[in-house]
Write a protein that binds this ligand. Structure first.
Ligand SMILES: Cc1cc2nc3c(=O)[nH]c(=O)nc-3n(C[C@H](O)[C@H](O)[C@H](O)COP(=O)(O)O)c2cc1C
Ligand SMILES: O=C(O)C(=O)c1ccccc1
Length: 364
């Protein structure tokens, strides 16, 4: 069967500078979390329901007021111009064409205003969310949030799994630490507090001093919904609900931060239980097929996001490549939903999920 993401991955590997390929593909430490994200999905199976008479299907979901044609979003990934000269502009047009939400990275090589404009040029109501690393200086965070608001972003996704930068062995071996000349993290240009004559592009700071107080401050300064990305402990999920956060992304940063983190699909049930329906719970990490999407939804995710498959599509064939990958996910998820006897995402329930390799029901 023609699998667009696999084709894209093969092409991307052949086309990319090996240093850049390893930047995108790699993970932290011994890459245990990276590998486990995909493997954990393979350890789970779905018990299909039969004869349910679901004549037509609708794969769409609504997330914090934004409609997506499928429960598969584009996860924020940095530096798209390393993958293709059109970079984030191509990704944004493809996500808009596929009718899904793009979560644009703060570490994009294109400014957020240009990204939203590209998405809207394809579909005026296209939704773009902005991924944010809270910066130690409140005025810098504030300026980034204003940029996202002015660009028309409809949610902020605050990444909270990066108190320090992950150590990526592949990058260390290659000595890859900086973008090549001509490329920059454009959202970091001309921010307040830059010393006169200092670098126009600020480095992105990761800070272990961040606390719930910073999230509270952020919520007080923006009307946009705030999601936290990188929550794995159920106590943090409960705290997020209590703090008035609007959504969670269960994520281990694609295995690029804590290498001992669990596979995200294994962490998901406890987060879903802790949240008890009070917030939408998204998941990313290792989602590679429509069946993976169906398993995550059955275990209580409202939607998932895909990171590397989108980068491979972009590297393989620009906007067209990303569109092919996203359309493939829509059709593969529709197929999985149909085979489970479902008509809509909400029909995927936890009783459908069993572990492979066990005897008996093996219910989750
Ligand atoms: C090359 C690359 C760059 C990434 N950059 C960011 C980023 O800037 N901000 C962020 O919150 N997450 C970032 N992530 C993590 C993704 O948002 C996401 O959690 C992860 O890629 C999902 O796993 P998957 O690649 O297996 O689908 C990055 C991941 C990759 C692979
Ligand atoms: O590479 C990453 O995973 C990532 O999150 C990041 C963060 C800041 C700058 C570049 C990439």
């Amino acid at each position: 069967m023609n699998r667009a993401p696999d084709d894209a991955h093969r092409h991307a590997r052949a086309l990319l500078d090996p240093v850049h390929y390893d930047y995108f593909a790699g993970g932290a430490g011994r890459e245990v979390a990276l590998d486990e994200n995909e493997r954990a999905f393979r350890r789970l199976a779905l018990l299909p329901r039969v004869l349910r008479g679901a004549a037509s299907r609708d794969t769409a979901v609504t997330l914090l007021g934004d409609r997506s044609r499928m429960p598969v979003l584009v996860a924020p990934t940095a530096f798209h111009r390393l993958a293709h000269p059109e970079g984030e502009l191509a990704t944004a047009r493809a996500a808009a064409a596929a009718g899904t939400v793009l979560i644009a990275s703060m570490a994009a090589t294109t400014a957020i205003g240009e990204i939203t404009a590209a998405a809207r040029s394809v579909r005026p109501e296209a939704a773009v969310w902005f991924q944010l690393y809270l910066q130690p200086e409140p005025e810098v965070t504030g300026a980034l949030v204003r940029r996202a608001e002015e660009a028309g972003c409809t949610a902020l996704v605050v990444t909270v799994d990066s108190p320090v930068r992950g150590r990526h062995g592949r990058d260390e071996r290659h000595g890859f630490h900086d973008l090549p000349p001509g490329l920059a993290a454009e959202n970091m240009r001309d921010l307040p507090g830059t010393a006169p004559g200092g670098a126009a592009v600020r480095p992105i700071a990761m800070s272990s001093a961040l606390s719930w107080e910073h999230v509270r401050r952020l919520r007080a300064t923006t009307p946009l919904p705030v999601l936290l990305k990188g929550v794995l402990h159920p106590e943090d999920a409960r705290r997020a609900v209590a703090e008035g956060v609007d959504g969670l992304v269960v994520s281990n940063h694609g295995g690029r931060q804590l290498d001992a983190a669990p596979a995200t699909v294994e962490a998901l049930p406890r987060i879903v239980e802790a949240v008890a329906g009070r917030l939408p719970v998204l998941l990313d990490g290792g989602v590679r097929t429509g069946c993976d999407v169906a398993v995550a939804l059955a275990l209580g995710a409202t939607a998932v996001a895909v990171g590397r498959p989108v980068v491979w599509g972009l590297a393989a064939d620009g906007e067209r490549g990303v569109r092919d990958v996203l359309e493939w996910f829509r059709s593969d998820f529709d197929q999985a939903l149909a085979l489970c006897g479902g008509a809509r995402p909400a029909d995927l329930t936890a009783d459908l999920v069993v572990r492979r390799g066990g005897v008996g029901s093996g219910a989750w």
